[in-house]
Write a protein that binds this ligand. Structure first.
Ligand code: HEM
Length: 416
């Protein structure tokens, strides 16, 4: 189907592929051979891990229940230094994990997201866009982080300190990297800096929130953890996890989606002319192509049956690295590296963003929050008169989870 529309005064053609078009051309007539990806990490070092690239096998590993456990995001360090502590939900497994997930499910229920958090997303977006228009220039990764931090902070209960201060402290902490080629002195220096930022985050943001919720509990994660007897240190670890899993991921995704949309007038016109569900579907397709978490790790706890007869059993203790990009592409059908919101996946189970929000028991609970806030914010940003991405972001990769990081993306517009 071909539709026409206009955006910023220019006529646009929106092409929606029908079944007939696909069948007639033996695949994708528009994107043949296209590669729209902006962030392709250098080939992963497999090390001692077993890399899974096949969608069906990846799904099986993520849904394996007790036969595997979490092994990503520095889990093994946390396991060593917090062996007896209550751990963040991301690092729990088995019944303790199940209990936490059922308890926090109420903070992510679709109705709660649409009622409680939606208003906040809209008012924050208005505030951020107004500020941008007043200045005429902004670093997109900074405003997207402010939005992502404020929304996740509301869910977690980190609302007893200044929003900008919280974003600054978390951003500093999350930007610390250890460099295996740099020698021990610079790394020691980085560890010391990360501890200073963590202490600041604990005293300025976590402690005041805990104190207030001890007095008057609220409907948020911190209040829930207090009822479970978590110590302030354990609560801080949970907050850091939300910082990395919920805030940093959403920041990167918003910048990535904006970058794709400003460069594709047809897709942009379609994004702006469809409804919110349609916008979220386009965003899911972008996230399928550009997963923020590029590798998900698990370790087998028992002999795990391999996918093929030649690979009968994976021994216990094996580290499995799921290559999300490859699994998403392999299940996508025609032109897997093109953005096509109308795609018909080769595997009918590969819907939406496929494995970009994970799968199985650890599947991201915040996926619909991330998609909704991105849709609301981008809809508003992309309508700003005279909007342009004057400096595209610098792309780097965080080794640990093959996550892309997009920095110094400068957007400009007419000043009002
Ligand atoms: C585009 C944004 C996001 C992406 C790409 C993303 C991706 C993911 C992925 C892949 C996992 C699974 C990790 C694994 O299986 O090892 C995960 C888990 C998680 N995410 Fe997200 N996430 C996003 C936004 C959010 C938001 C907004 C929140 C909360 C406000 C959130 C909270 C969590 C939590 C708590 C977990 C751990 C769940 C568990 O282990 O049971 N995420 N996320």
């Amino acid at each position: 189907m071909i539709q026409t529309g206009s955006y910023a005064g220019a006529d646009m053609t929106i092409v929606t592929l029908g079944e007939k078009d696909r069948a007639a051309t033996g695949g994708c007539p528009v994107h043949a051979g296209a590669d729209d990806r902006k962030a392709v990490p250098p080939a992963a070092r497999a090390g001692d891990s077993r890399v899974v690239v096949d969608f069906a096998e990846a799904r099986r590993v993520l849904r394996a229940g007790d036969e595997t456990r979490q092994a990503g995001f520095g889990f093994e360090l946390v396991d060593r230094f917090m062996p007896k502590a209550n751990r963040p939900v991301l690092f729990e497994d088995g019944p303790a994990h199940q209990k936490q997930r059922s308890a926090i499910a109420r903070f992510f229920a679709p109705k709660v997201v649409k009622t409680r958090y939606r208003d906040l997303m809209v008012s924050l977006t208005d505030e951020l866009i107004e500020d941008f228009q007043r200045k005429g220039r902004a670093a997109l990764d900074e405003i997207s982080f402010e939005l992502a931090v404020a929304v996740a902070a509301e869910i977690v209960g980190l609302t007893s300190s200044s929003r900008r201060g919280l974003a600054r402290r978390l951003s500093r902490f999350l930007s610390i990297r250890l460099d295996r080629n740099a020698g021990w002195l610079p790394n020691l220096f980085s560890i010391a800096r990360s501890q200073i930022y963590l202490v600041a985050f604990h005293f300025r943001d976590v402690r005041p929130a805990v104190r207030e919720r001890r007095r008057v509990p609220r409907e948020d994660v911190i209040s829930h953890l207090l009822t479970q007897g978590y110590t302030p240190r354990e609560i801080m670890m949970e907050c850091v996890t939300y910082g990395a899993a919920g805030m940093a991921t959403t920041r990167e995704f918003i910048v990535m989606a904006a970058w794709h949309l400003v460069e594709r007038p047809g897709l942009l016109a379609r994004f702006l002319s469809t409804d919110e569900a349609g916008r979220m579907a386009i965003l899911e397709e972008i996230l399928r192509l550009e997963p923020v978490v590029g590798t998900i790790y698990r370790r087998t706890t028992a002999a795990f049956a391999g996918a093929s007869p030649a690979d009968a059993s994976v021994p216990p203790g094996t580290l499995i690295a799921i290559d999300v990009r490859a699994a998403n592409a392999g299940s996508a059908g025609a032109c897997p590296h093109a953005i096509d919101p109308d795609r018909k996946p080769a595997d009918e189970r590969a819907t939406g963003a496929v494995l970009s929000f994970g799968d199985g028991v650890h599947r991201c609970p915040g996926g619909s929050v991330a998609l909704l806030e991105s849709a609301i914010f981008l809809d508003s940003l992309l309508r700003v008169p005279g909007l342009r991405l004057s400096t595209p972001p610098r792309v780097t990769f965080n080794d640990l989870i093959a996550s892309y990081e997009l920095r110094r993306a400068i957007v400009e517009c007419e000043r009002v």
